[in-house]
Design a protein around this ligand. Structure first.
Ligand code: HEM
Length: 245
């Protein structure tokens, strides 16, 4: 991603990286505190670190890239989102509570995860026999659920390839009436994503902050080639640039 106009990078002596979003590089984190406490074995440190990096950081950061790409390539959606964000910021400032009440922002996130479910597939092994569509499926069978295909099923979603956050808004004309399990970006059941509320909050905050401060625009000369690297990612480059508002 590219940042145009460096106007925001000077004058902030907390910012050691030059990055317009990053101003707390040297502060201790929850994780560094836990390691320093000496209460975890080395094996536990490795397991927790890879879990946090993979399950939490990798997923949320790639989701953010997909959201920004879709906003950059759908300027009318971006404009409507900015109206909502600006109104909330004007009335309440930007913090977790009002941001959590932004319906359009919520629907932008849901629609992005419908088009780009980071876990494209998921497996479950049956603990008991079941009857499915008239067939007996025996205990021990492994089911592979293809979320990517299900999310774009034209029998469930009208114009499934189109980015239409309105599908998710109650009372809106285009609202979708789909099966509740047609889209499951965070999985479901006993092993559902442990961090889904946290991820939603992070994405709400990040998107609201970015959209309040910048316009995001596409870089037409750069390809957009999503690729699966265990999870679905936007590929090596995200063809989006940031322009100061
Ligand atoms: C957009 C962001 C995220 C997406 C799309 C996502 C998606 C998923 C999915 C599909 C699963 C498997 C669920 C299942 O098998 O039913 C999962 C599991 C998990 N996620 Fe997330 N996740 C996200 C962010 C996070 C965050 C921020 C955290 C931690 C703070 C987190 C922690 C976990 C953990 C620990 C599991 C394993 C749960 C278990 O096996 O019992 N995830 N996630």
């Amino acid at each position: 991603m590219h940042y145009q106009n460096g106007a925001t990078s000077g004058g902030d002596d907390r910012n050691t990286t030059g990055c317009p979003f990053h101003s707390h590089a040297s502060q201790p984190t929850y994780f560094s505190d836990v390691i320093a406490s000496g209460k975890l074995t080395l094996a536990e440190v490795f397991t927790n670190f890879s879990e946090i990096m993979f399950a939490a950081a990798d997923t949320t950061s790639n989701a953010l890239c997909f959201i920004l790409y879709l906003l950059a390539t759908n300027p009318e959606v971006q404009a409507r989102l900015r109206e909502e964000v600006d109104e909330v910021v004007q009335n309440n400032g930007l913090n977790v509570n009002p941001v959590g009440k932004m319906n359009y922002l919520d629907s932008v996130i849901k629609e992005t995860l419908r088009l780009y479910p980071l876990a494209t597939m998921q497996c479950r092994i049956l603990e008991e026999d079941i009857a499915l569509a008239g067939y007996l499926v025996p205990k021990g069978t492994m089911f592979v659920m293809n979320h990517f295909a299900a999310s774009r099923n034209p029998e469930v979603f009208e114009d499934p390839e189109e980015f239409r956050p309105e599908r998710w808004i109650r009372d809106e004309r285009n609202r979708m009436h789909h099966h509740p399990f047609a889209v499951m970006p965070f999985g479901y059941g006993k092993r559902t994503c442990l961090g889904k509320r946290f991820a939603r909050m992070e994405l709400h905050m990040a998107v609201a902050k970015i959209i309040h401060k910048f316009q995001v625009k596409p870089i037409e000369s750069m390809p957009f080639d999503p690729v699966v690297r265990t999870i679905l990612t936007p590929g090596d480059q995200v063809p989006v640039r940031f322009v100061d508002r």
